[in-house]
Design a binder for this molecule. Structure first.
Ligand code: GCU
Length: 605
């Protein structure tokens, strides 16, 4: 029995330790890009777990993973003999008792490693929802907040020869000052939800690069390469063999080199999703990426892709594998969702309301689907809290850092349905827009609202946030939450920003597949016929919408959301999908499929 087990002193010391423990020793570094292209040792697979609903693991110092030494020793926890959880994956769908669980789960992964001289080692997480405290061999190496972006820690000095023990404290409890906050309309899947890798690099390596066309250009690449390490000053090259192109630059004392060169690429577009092999080399490292080159911009009331007006035929998608009813994380999961979007006739996918896994973004790009990336700055956000702006900026940087070389990504969406009256909302979101444009000026920056009014069959759009958004992006559920106030084809519009393009980012209604109308109760909501009618009416209304550049039905598949509690029609699912969670296409699916096939890239006059 050690000295800590039974004295007042123990409790005092433990409380101090807990306070210390909750202070981020070293927050996650911005993760290196394109980990997929690097030498990695995967730590995916089975992890031992301790489910800790009472949170007592903190004062039991579970991360020390103590083992009894003496016959009289005992510890009221152990990773051995307990549950095993798969990584990547949410924990909610892996054990019945965790279905609706929001709390702490401790994960442990023992792994063997042989230290290699001249090599650096990074521990990289694709994502952990929501709070992650990471321990290596009993020592805390860092923390991360945010469930949908990658982070990493350098462990070169901490990893040891032979057996190592990695422990992660995961906490998916909702935080009023979190992103998202407490209220959101999707299941709060917790866990180590994406890949975990050990990444080995040379002492000096290519930490980051940005290789994209300059804003508004079809043939000038304007970017940079950054080295990390003791040989910061080096010659670096960017090669595109297919274009017989080799550009040379020299990094400065900070390891940074600006990159600018001209070329005549086949441009990336939904109909021709051309990707080029791009080889970035330094004396001590090489990274190979597959990059699409395109330009995206707003000109007046139009969206131009490669300087040609385009109509955004989109659909909203949550990061959930409908058939597994679980958080999606793999390339196969991504293909299931994206192939349905392609089949629907989409040229864009709005990945809601948080950055999805990297496979989703990369597969979409390969399949010719433009990608709308979004931050979970969703509805109830405490903008006046002193930490929230920082959290938003961190998440923004992590999102952009990971996907900035993806030509398929055309939109950074920074907020959804935040409330105009909330303190500091405008100030913080305007600042966030500026930080986003400073970070990457080559894509559209958008805020989504539902703050418009609909009276006397007239939409009135006034939200000043749209002064800082490249699109007027509104969510409206006329025909479902709000009844029509007239014939859809006679809808009227008052828009405070007359020249800006309008994008209908959400519309639709619920129906349980198979709920079909019976003659006497025509128009019965929850039925496929009712949902179908909503879509037919919306398309009529779109013909009245000024400067309409695109639409995005809410949404592709029915998905899990615990707030949807109707025992017959919902059963914990948001049933606004065009497809059920069993892959059954509802009547409304065919309405949109026709609309997207008929209206080939229609352009507002
Ligand atoms: C909102 C919101 C979605 C939500 C949808 C709905 O507009 O953005 O996250 O799921 O409406 O009510 O179904």
């Amino acid at each position: 029995m050690n000295k800590f087990e039974n004295t007042f002193l123990k409790n005092l010391i433990l409380i101090i330790l807990c306070i210390l423990g909750s202070i981020n020793i070293s927050p996650g570094q911005t993760a290196m890009v394109n980990v997929e292209a690097r030498e990695t040792i995967s730590l995916n697979g089975e992890w031992n777990a301790i489910i800790d609903p009472s949170g007592s693991g903190d004062y039991r110092q579970v991360w020390l993973d103590k083992k009894p030494q003496l016959k009289t020793d005992f510890f009221e926890y152990s990773f051995e003999g307990g549950p095993v959880l798969n990584v990547p994956g949410d924990f909610n769908t892996q054990m019945k008792e965790l279905n609706y669980y929001e709390g702490i789960v401790w994960y442990k992964k023992p792994f063997n490693y042989s230290v290699k001289s001249g090599k650096r080692v990074f521990l990289h997480f694709g994502a952990v929802n929501y709070l992650a405290d990471v321990y290596l061999n009993g020592v805390k190496i860092g923390s991360h907040e945010g469930g949908f972006t990658p982070f990493q820690f350098e462990i070169t000095e901490k990893i040891k020869e032979g057996e190592n023990s990695l422990i992660v404290r995961v906490d998916n409890r909702r935080l009023p000052k979190g992103l998202p906050g407490v209220g959101f309309d999707w299941l709060n899947y917790g866990g180590i939800t994406r890949d975990v890798d050990l990444v080995e690099t040379d002492v000096s390596f290519i930490e980051d690069y940005f290789i994209q066309l300059e804003k508004g250009s079809l043939n000038t690449v304007l970017g940079w390469v950054r080295l990390n390490g003791n040989q910061a000053k080096q010659e670096v090259t960017v090669e595109i063999p297919e274009l017989d192109l080799r550009h040379v630059a020299n990094t400065d004392a900070e390891g940074f080199a600006g990159i600018e060169f001209n070329m005549k690429p086949e441009l990336w577009s939904p109909s021709e999703p051309k990707l080029y092999q791009v080889i970035i080399k330094s004396k001590t490292d090489v990274v190979i990426d597959s990059i699409g080159f395109r330009s995206i911009e707003v000109q007046g009331n139009k969206v131009l892709l490669n300087q040609q007006p385009i109509f955004l035929k989109a659909v909203n998608i949550h990061e959930e594998n409908p058939y597994k009813r679980a958080r999606a994380f793999s390339r196969d999961d991504a293909r299931i969702l994206l192939e349905s979007a392609k089949e629907l006739g989409c040229n864009m996918v709005r990945l809601v309301h948080y950055p999805h896994n990297e496979y989703m973004v990369k597969e979409a790009e390969k399949m010719g689907l433009m990608v709308w990336n979004e931050l979970p700055v969703y509805q109830h956000i405490q903008f006046s809290d002193s930490l929230v702006p920082n959290k938003m900026e961190n998440m923004l940087n992590e999102m952009i850092s990971r996907d900035k070389n993806r030509g398929g990504v055309v939109v950074w969406a920074l907020s959804n349905e935040t409330y105009p009256g909330t303190a500091n909302r405008d100030k913080e979101l305007i600042e966030l827009s500026e930080k986003c444009r400073a970070n990457d000026s080559t894509r559209l920056v958008v805020h989504v609202t539902n703050s418009q009014t609909y009276r006397d069959h007239t939409f009135d759009i006034q939200d000043t946030l749209f002064l800082h958004s490249d699109l007027i992006s509104i969510n409206e559920y006329i025909g479902w939450y709000i009844p029509w106030q007239g014939k859809p084809s006679e809808t009227k519009w008052k828009v405070a920003f007359p020249d800006k393009p309008i994008f209908i980012s959400e519309f639709g209604g619920e129906a349980k597949f198979g709920n079909n109308d019976t003659p006497q109760d025509e128009a019965a909501n929850w039925t496929e016929g009712y949902q179908e009618q909503i879509y037919l009416d919306q398309i009529e209304m779109f013909k009245t919408t000024p400067n309409l550049v695109g639409v995005s039905p809410w949404l592709l598949y029915d998905y899990k959301s615990l707030g949807r509690m109707h025992p017959v029609h919902q059963q914990g699912f948001n049933r606004k999908g065009l497809i059920s969670e069993d892959g059954e296409k509802k009547k409304a699916w065919y309405v949109i499929k026709d609309y997207y096939s008929a209206e080939k890239d229609q352009i507002p006059k």
